[in-house]
Design a protein. Structure first.
Length: 205
């Protein structure tokens, strides 16, 4: 059965990304995969993670921009060259993807404002104004950016409220990386201290 899958805030943990996709038996010809930003920085291998994301996109996955990708583009704009070879790919990343019944966005939205009128800084970095307001739109917002334990759940758990699912389980803090099966309400997660295939946990949400 075709599935809608999502992963966010990989932060350089490319090996864990590959383990999760393999364990979940991701097939690009069947499944829809949404990558929700922040592929680089904080972790061990940003370059290889970008290569993997680009390859997944070429095979049919969807990737959006995170605030760390926007910072990389800002660095390029002022003459820093660390990410120059990735300029075209980074510029190609949209700020959000609407795939009903879901909206994939890195940080969240200001509810009640049309998507095309949202500020870039909100889409990439918003926190409390999004967390504290009920979503008016007829869509479920799937987002990363804020590690879910900062929202009051256990480390490695998803944060779920009406029309909101937070899926950043702390890879940027060397905690968990999670792949979410939105079709079957399953979470595949791996503790980054132990990236063996056998250590992937499957949880329902």
């Amino acid at each position: 059965m075709a599935r809608i899958l999502a992963i966010s805030d990989i932060h350089g943990h490319v090996d864990a990304l590959h383990v999760l996709l393999k364990y979940a038996n991701y097939q690009s010809s069947r499944d829809e995969l949404f990558l929700v930003g922040d592929y680089i920085d904080k972790g061990p291998n940003s370059e290889e993670t970008l290569k993997a994301v680009e390859h997944l996109v070429l095979e049919g996955a969807y990737a959006i921009m995170g605030n760390h990708e926007k910072c990389a583009l800002d660095d390029i704009a002022i003459g820093k060259t660390a990410w120059i070879k990735w300029k075209t790919f980074l510029q190609s990343l949209p700020l959000y993807i609407e795939r009903k019944p879901f909206l994939f966005v890195h940080a969240g939205i200001r509810t009640g404002i049309p998507l095309h009128e949202q500020k870039i800084t909100d889409l990439l970095t918003i926190r409390e104004p999004f967390f504290n307001q009920p979503v008016q739109e007829d869509i479920t917002v799937v987002f990363g950016h804020t590690p879910t334990n900062r929202l009051g759940v256990n480390v490695g758990s998803l944060w779920k409220q009406q029309k909101k699912i937070g899926i950043d389980t702390g890879a940027g803090q060397q905690q968990y990386l999670s792949l979410i099966d939105l079709t079957n309400s399953l979470q595949y997660r791996i503790l980054l201290a132990n990236q063996l295939d056998s250590q992937v946990e499957i949880l329902s949400f």
